[in-house]
Design a protein around this ligand. Structure first.
Ligand code: ADP
Ligand code: TRP
Length: 329
């Protein structure tokens, strides 16, 4: 039996090269080895206010990005979370075994609510991790490939899985996070102390997967670096290290090869070459994204087929859960 891999991205904000290098491009590599399930987590996106028109468009865009980045619907189940009602059903059941204390300790929840008064914190944002646990447990996923920032949520899913199993008998697999070593945390171009983020308000923070060549050149040239000159992989020179990491991941070259290539040249040469490399690597992906966005009927067909396959697996788990709980079927 192949192990099951499951992950998802929210259709909100701007999908950037951090999401691509840290998450999506990795998923494509596992496709032959594992049973793969990738969803567009629209029900997570509505935990913060969304404009209905852009939510719909973004949902298609994330699906198009999955396909353009190499996820193959013949090898992977690709679907939209809200198309499979079992996610909401299991999320409610999992919420009933979760505790206020553990949910209050989630750092993403704390980060997203620092500026809000307690009275006005949306409940959906609070129980967001129980929905994510349901996504994972429904498919008996063994591995959950995510960036560093989601590790705590996967650990909570482990705890909830074990708690359910202890109370009601072995039902769920206990999942593990799968986090890549290099590229798990691409940093912001305008501030290499913080990660590149979808919800960044400044456009200079990220390179969107859909950025045009002129924009990419401008953002890379302006990327924050120190006042040094030698191009070397040095984790202490954070801005430079981030640019070199992006270069390494897109080019597939080793650190020594890259340092040799730029020997005797300054940051200017690196930035110029890096911008052209990103433009070259994103071009075929952008072409495919545009193609799918202009042919949404193709996306509809792929997503409907994915939902059908996902639903079958999800229903089997949900039925067992309901039986164990004592719900009359
Ligand atoms: P963001 O954190 O930018 O809002 P999400 O939380 O929706 O984006 O992340 C989607 C996926 O991309 C997750 O697996 C996340 O861990 C990964 N990811 C997000 N930002 C980065 C980054 N800067 N570097 C590497 N991976 C990232
Ligand atoms: N919370 C994840 C994020 O913001 C997205 C997500 C939802 C997810 N459900 C998931 C990731 C299940 C992995 C598995 O990135």
């Amino acid at each position: 039996m192949k192990k099951t891999v499951l992950s998802g991205i929210q259709p909100s904000g701007v999908i950037h090269i951090g999401n691509y290098l840290g998450a999506i491009s990795q998923w494509a590599l596992y496709q032959n080895k594992y049973r793969n399930i990738f969803c567009v987590v629209d029900l997570h996106a509505i935990t913060t206010p969304q404009d209905p028109k852009s939510l719909r468009e973004k949902t298609y865009e994330v699906a198009a990005i999955y396909l353009a980045a190499g996820l193959d619907p013949k090898k992977s189940i690709i679907f939209v979370q809200s198309h499979v009602p079992a996610h909401s059903e299991l999320a409610w059941i999992i919420t009933t075994i979760s505790k206020m204390g553990e949910l209050s300790r989630m750092t993403q929840f704390k980060d997203k609510t620092t500026k809000l008064r307690r009275e006005s914190i949306p409940t959906g944002l609070f129980i967001y991790p129980t929905l994510m646990a349901a996504d994972i447990l429904l498919y008996q996923a063994n591995l959950v490939p995510v960036g560093e920032d989601q590790k705590q949520h996967v650990e909570l899913a482990r705890d909830l899985s074990q708690r359910f199993n202890q109370r009601f008998g072995k039902t769920f697999i206990v999942p593990e996070p799968l986090i890549r070593k290099s590229g798990a945390r691409i940093m912001g171009l305008d501030n290499p102390e913080q990660k590149m983020s979808k919800s960044a308000t400044r456009e200079m923070n990220y390179i969107a997967l859909t950025d045009k060549p002129a924009t990419i050149r401008k953002k890379i040239i302006k990327a924050v670096t120190d006042s040094g000159t030698a191009v070397k992989f040095d984790p202490k020179r954070k801005g430079l290290h981030n640019l070199l990491t992006i270069y390494k991941l897109f080019s597939g070259q080793s650190e020594t090869q890259i340092e040799q290539h730029f020997r005797g040249q300054g940051y200017g040469a690196l930035k110029k070459d890096l911008a052209e490399l990103i433009i070259k690597k994103l071009a075929p992906i952008q072409k495919k994204i545009a193609y799918y966005m202009q042919n949404k009927h193709l996306l509809d067909r792929i997503l409907a087929n994915g939902a059908k396959r996902a639903d079958k697996i999800a229903q089997a788990t949900l039925k067992e859960v309901k039986q164990k709980l004592g719900l009359v079927l």
